[in-house]
Design a protein around this ligand. Structure first.
Ligand SMILES: [Zn+2]
Length: 223
């Protein structure tokens, strides 16, 4: 009898529009996952970014430069302790389109990846397992060399925060890219100011919530 009353009450509430579709969607299991990735840090905004991700219960991946980690090892540690994934973005962000043509490219690669790894391990206590080359440089020899050093390489599906696109248009493009399985790229380090990264991230997280998509670490997405 009680059960029937509850069911009846629910039916009345539904008919009266008490339970909005949005409530049902936000309470439901996420429909898919996507990944937020941040390159070139740690930088000036990394602390604010961690606070924003924490408020929104989002996990992300940080492709750090060895030189930036050495400049702020405490922030690299904070990123790891907040449950985000720390990944390797080489040591000094060299021009690989040039180095890739040189005879000693494998030697430079091992040094650049190795030095960044050393800085990350020292700061966070964990060896990174994912590598993103500067400017998304990729080639079969890079993937092979990365594999020998215990890495898999990962680029991105959408990113434009380094371009001259007006911010409004840029945010609209990022929102279009919020889709299951996608990897988004932004920057938390390098450049003069990265405040834009915080604004884009907040907008992306709003959109993800609206779509019922969960922001996860790259190692989770690539599983
Ligand atoms: Zn970079």
């Amino acid at each position: 009898m009680l059960k029937r009353t509850v069911l009846f009450t629910l039916a009345v509430m539904l008919a009266a529009g008490y339970c909005r579709a949005g409530d049902a969607a936000s309470a439901a299991k996420p429909r898919g996952q996507f990944a937020l990735t941040y390159d070139d840090g740690p930088g000036f905004i990394t602390g604010d970014l961690l606070a924003l991700l924490e408020r929104r219960k989002a996990k992300a991946t940080f492709f750090m430069l060895g030189e930036a980690v050495r400049a702020n090892p405490a922030m690299a540690k904070k990123v790891r302790e907040a449950g985000h994934l720390v990944a390797n973005h080489t040591d000094t962000h060299k021009n690989w389109f040039k180095i890739g043509k040189a005879a000693d490219r494998e030697k430079v690669f091992a040094a650049e990846v190795g030095r960044a790894e050393e800085a990350i391990v020292k700061a966070t206590g964990e060896k990174p397992a994912i590598l993103r080359m500067p400017n998304g440089y990729t080639a079969p020899w890079v993937r092979e060399a990365a594999k020998r050093m215990g890495y898999r390489t990962a680029n991105w599906d959408y990113g434009s925060d380094w371009t001259k696109l007006p911010e409004e248009k840029m945010i609209a493009e990022y929102l279009k890219a919020v889709r299951a399985g996608n990897v988004l790229l932004m920057h938390d380090g390098g450049g003069k100011s990265r405040q834009k990264t915080l604004r884009i991230t907040a907008a992306v997280l709003d959109e993800a919530q609206r779509l019922g998509l969960e922001p996860v670490r790259l190692d989770v997405l690539l599983k």
